[in-house]
Design a protein around this ligand. Structure first.
Ligand code: UDP
Length: 464
């Protein structure tokens, strides 16, 4: 049973250090809230640059900041990704050490650090203090296994053009199904190093957390379990969108963008059940102008209602005359409360870049997907969505790498109105139920979180 903290007393203290982007803070903040509900004190450590840019902070979790060495803008103002990561390692290690000392001096001794695996260095900080250190992998287990093969020299980069069947990845992958950092390494050398370096010191970690759930990736998790103490702890989604154990847990709490919540929820509430395609490419992806145009006319031609998130910076790429052409059927907004949108009955499918959070959110909401992957892990997620979990269709790209309007239209219509759509919807509902069970009391992820807490409490007792 969960024990809520009494009179401010807590069982142990965990510091959580996410990588400072929207898609990485969301899951770790949510994970922090779960720990707190189970009686731990949690301090979330963000960077000054993220803190300065983020627009809302309605969370009960205690916050501290460290420096990535670029307090006035973070990664975007760094000369290169390589420079950013090197400086973050150096300044971040120093300032995180200072934060742990400060917390300890104020009577909140830290028992463990959970940190985003994109930055392996907090493990050295944890070991320096003799406390528990756990990397948190924010991508799917399948994707992690691919990077692990690269780290071990078992997958050459770029991979061969033939299909490759890797241990721990249950479907054969073409190069175009691999993460872009692997299939096009020369385009992203620093990112490739970053994702492969996630494995550089895992042997020294006490555990490995992955934001997935066991039932979703049984073979993938079992493979990793042969080498390391992996624990699946996801999906890290606010309780009210999943197990509904905590009524006040409805939002992530941090956002880099301001949502147009009223406008889009009012618009959605007027639409019939399952009639709207929700379209979003997350917080980072930048679509080429041609892809944007094809997508725009594909949506329009489908004749299906759509709600499309186009971030402010991307809006100039919308074709001229589009706003006028879609007045009846479409609404374009700059950011929305995605969890609330996906939970709305009007939504019939999700046209998405397949970022891992968006994938988990769609899966936990039972919403089928049209996969339009752009970069990083998205192609691999798209492959699993279509061929393994069978809860969506992947839009095919032409020889120029563009997903054309006819293809977008066909995929959306097939899911919303076609025969295949029925089976896909059924599967989406199956995954929603399994995701809920995993985080609900006694589920696979819930048990793993309890086990971690027991370990931290043990540390607390030994240390006091
Ligand atoms: N998101 C949101 N409103 C939007 C679009 C996205 O709140 O209009 C959130 C979404 O719920 C998810 C995150 O932004 O938690 C995007 O993460 P994901 O891993 O899907 O993509 P990334 O932004 O990292 O590419």
């Amino acid at each position: 049973m969960e024990k809520e903290k009494e009179d401010g007393a807590y069982k142990a203290h965990c510091v959580v250090v996410p990588f400072p982007t929207q898609g990485h803070i969301n899951p770790m903040l949510q994970f922090s809230k779960r720990l707190e509900r189970k009686g731990l004190k949690v301090t979330l450590v963000t960077t000054k640059s993220f803190q300065n840019r983020s627009s809302s902070q309605s969370t009960s979790i205690a916050l501290e900041t460290i420096s990535d060495g670029y307090d006035d803008g973070g990664m975007v103002v760094a000369e290169s990704t390589e420079d950013y990561l090197d400086r973050f390692r150096e300044i971040g290690s120093r300032t995180l050490t200072e934060v742990i000392h400060k917390l300890s001096d104020s009577g909140h001794r830290v028992d463990g650090i959970v940190y985003d695996a994109f930055m392996p260095w907090p493990l050295d900080v944890a070991k320096g203090f003799g406390i528990v250190g756990v990397p948190f992998f924010t991508q799917s287990c399948a994707v992690n296994n691919i990077y692990c093969h690269v780290h071990q020299g078992l997958l050459k980069v770029p991979p061969s053009t033939d299909e490759t069947l890797l241990p721990g990845v249950r479907v054969p992958l073409r190069a175009s199904d691999m993460p872009s950092f692997v299939s096009a390494p020369s385009q992203y050398p620093a990112f490739l190093r970053m994702v492969v370096d996630q494995f550089s010191n895992v042997d020294k970690a006490d555990w490995i957390f992955c934001n997935t759930f066991y039932e979703l990736e049984v073979e993938e998790a079992d493979w990793m379990l042969k080498f390391w103490p992996l624990r699946t702890i996801g999906p890290t989604i606010p309780s009210m969108y999943l197990d509904k154990r905590h009524e006040d847990d409805k939002e992530y709490g941090f956002s880099l963008f301001k949502p147009n919540s009223d406008a889009c929820m009012t618009w959605l509430n007027d639409r019939p059940k399952g009639s709207v395609a929700y379209v979003s490419f997350g917080s980072l992806a930048e679509l080429g102008a041609e892809q944007m145009e094809e997508l725009a006319w594909g949506l329009k031609n489908s004749n299906i209602c759509f709600l499309w998130v186009v971030r402010e910076k991307e809006a100039t790429k919308l074709p001229s005359g589009f706003a006028e052409a879609i007045k009846e059927k479409g609404l374009v907004i700059s950011w929305c409360p995605q969890l609330e949108v996906l939970a709305n009955e009007a939504i019939g499918c999700f046209v998405t870049h397949c970022g891992w959070n968006s994938t988990l959110e769609a899966l936990s909401s039972g919403v089928p997907m049209v996969a339009v992957p752009q970069w990083t892990d998205q192609s691999t997620n798209a492959k699993y969505i279509m061929d393994v979990w069978k809860m969506g269709l992947r839009a095919k790209a032409d020889e120029e790498g563009i997903m054309r309007r006819q293809e977008i239209e066909n995929c959306v219509r097939e899911i919303m109105e076609g025969e295949r759509g029925k089976e896909i919807k059924k599967n989406a509902w199956k995954w929603k139920e399994l995701a809920r069970k995993a985080v609900d009391e006694g589920g696979s992820s819930d048990r793993n979180i309890d086990e971690f807490i027991a370990k931290l409490v043990q540390h607390e007792h030994v240390a006091s």
